[in-house]
Design a protein around this ligand. Structure first.
Ligand SMILES: [Zn+2]
Length: 167
């Protein structure tokens, strides 16, 4: 699953998966609301997009943000925000590190010794496949990162795409 962005010229094509695209599109839509407004559906595979002139105008604005460091600053702040999200209690074992629901018992987890050296319960009896026995799970949002290079790559696409559709 992901987002395929098809250019109208030069066989231009850009793709991100469902982890990468939302952060990139959010950055662009939030930072350039006027320039991105002609496309209503940035987050669905509906074929919405921008025409050639709109793509060029957006590219000029993004080029400026790249060269004056605004993109780098945004990525830094986003990283700090994501790093600050605390781990959550694991749903499968309610934070005990031992999954003893029906599935867990069928898999023998209550008697399985934790063999992952990175787990705080390494060597202890009782396992959970949701958290590898730690009792905590990492929220998936923490791994939805944006890199300056993502913005650079999309900007290169914008320059040559001649307009695009998001599918
Ligand atoms: Zn667990």
């Amino acid at each position: 699953m992901g987002m395929d962005v098809y250019g109208k010229e030069n066989d231009a094509y850009f793709r991100r998966n469902l982890w990468g695209w939302p952060q990139l599109a959010s950055y662009i839509v939030d930072t350039f609301p006027d320039l991105t407004a002609p496309c209503n559906e940035w987050f669905t595979n509906s074929g919405d997009g921008l025409d050639k002139q709109q793509s060029m105008a957006l590219s000029r604005a993004i080029s400026e943000a790249l060269s004056d460091g605004a993109v780098a600053e945004y990525v830094k702040e986003l990283d700090a925000r994501l790093d600050a999200i605390p781990d959550k209690t694991c749903r499968l074992c309610n934070g005990t590190g031992i999954r003893d629901d029906k599935v867990g018992r069928e898999m023998g987890f209550p008697d399985k010794v934790v063999d992952d050296p990175k787990s705080p319960r390494f060597g202890q009896k009782g396992y959970c496949n949701g958290c590898r026995g730690s009792g905590m799970e990492r929220p998936y949002e923490k791994d939805m990162r944006l890199e300056v290079s993502d913005v650079e790559e999309f900007n290169e696409f914008l320059k040559i795409c001649g307009g695009f559709e998001i599918w």
